[in-house]
Each structure stands twice: as structure tokens, then as C-alpha cells.
Design a protein around this ligand. Structure first.
Ligand SMILES: NC(=O)c1ccc[n+]([C@@H]2O[C@H](COP(=O)([O-])OP(=O)(O)OC[C@H]3O[C@@H](n4cnc5c(N)ncnc54)[C@H](OP(=O)(O)O)[C@@H]3O)[C@@H](O)[C@H]2O)c1
Length: 260
């Protein structure tokens, strides 16, 4: 007899920023485990490409053009997803942006606001609309649900020249804990994932930088960049019934970088 809770057949998982990078890595793993998938992104072409990849796993896929920095778009997007898929069991607030600055004292207010708009406002609206749906479902007799915020190692380390980004990621962890405590009575759990150095479009400049490779990646005990597929296992776990008593936690997935 095999252990069944990791079978996601019948579950619906929504991933913001699911058309590439870490979001697509999580979405592909959950689709392979049998979950129907909803992805959000602002780029319609990338959405279509990712939708095609996910459909290969034989699950239902809905790709929506949703800008998470737009409250109305998030409200409408969540309503449309629930309408189309019947329900949503897990929601991964993963969409994120990072803007480099030469120093904190040169960091513009525009950069600060743009970072907060996606990484913090977007997570707030995504969490709130997901909870709205899950609480209503619980009150109708079907409790449960999994809320996941994709934060960063930057939430717990001191990333130089990255104060706006770090603030948003620390905020995601705090918001997650607050959501977890308030919604446990509905069977809803909330957790955060903190990726370390992951090879995606967001880190493209660093991947091509020899100084960065020598000074940072060579210090990662796992001796490599993390890959989007390294986030598949945690996504399947957090959507599955195997994690039904696991809430309020932060999962650091960084090849042991932070403890070295
Ligand atoms: N890569 C790393 O080393 C690393 C480390 C720690 C944490 N993280 C976090 O992990 C998450 C995913 O990062 P990644 O590395 O996979 O980045 P990525 O490859 O640049 O992908 C970002 C994703 O977010 C979407 N997105 C951006 N702005 C959006 C908006 N306003 N509304 C909706 N979707 C939006 C993008 O889709 P569109 O282009 O279609 O909008 C894309 O799917 C982010 O929250 C990031 O901060 C990454």
C-alpha cells in the first residue's frame, strides 16, 4: 500500500507568478501530483506558454492575466478562478519583483513603492481574497485550505542594497503568521517559503557575474544554484493533506546557505 496524502487528485492550486521561475516549478510538480492548476501573471504570452506545459500533465489548467498590484484585478481574478474551477484549495502568493540599487542612500521612492506594490500589497490582496473564499467554504461545511507566501532569505538576513525588497519579504512572513492564527479554526493553514539563491530570470544578472559566483555561490554548502524544481516537493506537501496540522511555519530552502 502506498502513502496516499501526496496524491493531489481533486485539489485545485493557484500560483501567482506561476508562468515561470519558482512559481512554474511549483505548479509543474503539483500538476504531476494530480492537482488542477491556476496560474496568474501579467504577461499573456508567458501565461499561454506555461499553460501548454502544464496541460501536458493531464490536469485542468486556467491561466489568468492578473496584475497582483491591482486590488480590483486580484478580487476579480480570485472570483473567476473559483467560478471556473469550482474551488481553490491552496494559494501560493509567489509573484514578486526585485530592483537593484547601488546603495540604500540612492534608492528611490519610486523603487520602494514599486517593490511594495507587487511584493506586499499583492500578497495582502491575494491572501485576503483566498481567505474570503476558504472561510465561506468552511462555513458551508467544507473546512480546510492552504495559504502560502513566498518570502525570501532576505526576510531573515541583512541584504545590502536591498532594503525595500527585504522589508516586503519580512512583511510576508509576519502577515502569514497573523493569517495562520486567525484562520486555524476554519482548518485553514498558512506558511511561508524562503528561497535562497535560485536560478531564475530574477537572478539572471548575478548568474552571469563571476565575482558573485566566486563569492556567494561557492559558499552555498550544496555547491550549486537552487533550481525552480527544488520547490516542487514543498508545494506538493503544502497543498496536500499531509500538511493539515502544519501551520505558521517558514521553510528555508537554500542549500544550507544561511546556517553556514
Ligand atoms: N530567484 C531567487 O533567487 C529568489 C530568492 C528568494 C525569493 N524569491 C522570490 O520567489 C518569487 C518568485 O521569484 P522568481 O525568482 O521565480 O522570479 P521570476 O522568474 O522573475 O518570476 C516572477 C514571476 O512573477 C510574476 N509577476 C511579476 N510581477 C507581477 C505582477 N505585478 N502581477 C502578477 N504576476 C507578476 C511574473 O510573471 P509576469 O512576467 O507575467 O508578470 C513571473 O511569473 C518572488 O516572490 C521572489 O521574490 C526568489
Amino acid at each position: 500500500m502506498s502513502y496516499k496524502p501526496f496524491d493531489l487528485t481533486g485539489k485545485v492550486a493557484l500560483v501567482t507568478g506561476g508562468n515561470r521561475g519558482i512559481g512554474l516549478g511549483m505548479a509543474e510538480a503539483m500538476a504531476q501530483a494530480g492537482a488542477d492548476i491556476v496560474i496568474w501573471g501579467t504577461n499573456a504570452e508567458r501565461n499561454i506558454e506555461a499553460e501548454g506545459k502544464l496541460l501536458q500533465y493531464g490536469v485542468r489548467v486556467l491561466a489568468q492575466t492578473v496584475d497582483v498590484s491591482d486590488e480590483h484585478a486580484v478580487v476579480q481574478g480570485m472570483n473567476e478562478a473559483v467560478e471556473a474551477m469550482g474551488t481553490v484549495h491552496s494559494v501560493f502568493a509567489n509573484a514578486g519583483v526585485g530592483y537593484r540599487s547601488n546603495s540604500f542612500i540612492e534608492m528611490t521612492t519610486e523603487t520602494y513603492r514599486k517593490t511594495l506594490a507587487v511584493n506586499l500589497d499583492g500578497v495582502f490582496w491575494t491572501f485576503r481574497e483566498a481567505c474570503k473564499h476558504m472561510v465561506a467554504r468552511a462555513k458551508a461545511g467544507d473546512p480546510g485550505g492552504s495559504i502560502v507566501g513566498i518570502a525570501s532569505l532576505a526576510a531573515i538576513s541583512g541584504p545590502a542594497r536591498n532594503q525595500a525588497y527585504a522589508a516586503t519579504k519580512g512583511g510576508v512572513v509576519s502577515m502569514m503568521k497573523s493569517v495562520a492564527v486567525e484562520h486555524a479554526r476554519y482548518g485553514i493553514r498558512a506558511n511561508a517559503i524562503l528561497p535562497g539563491w535560485i536560478a531564475t530570470d530574477m537572478t539572471a544578472a548575478s548568474q552571469g557575474n563571476q565575482v558573485f559566483t566566486d563569492k556567494v555561490i561557492s559558499r552555498v554548502p550544496s555547491r550549486r544554484w537552487g533550481q525552480p524544481e527544488d520547490f516542487g516537493g514543498i508545494a506538493v506537501y503544502l497543498t496536500s493533506d499531509a500538511s493539515s496540522y502544519h501551520s505558521g511555519d517558514s521553510f528555508l530552502i537554500d542549500g544550507a546557505y544561511a546556517i553556514f
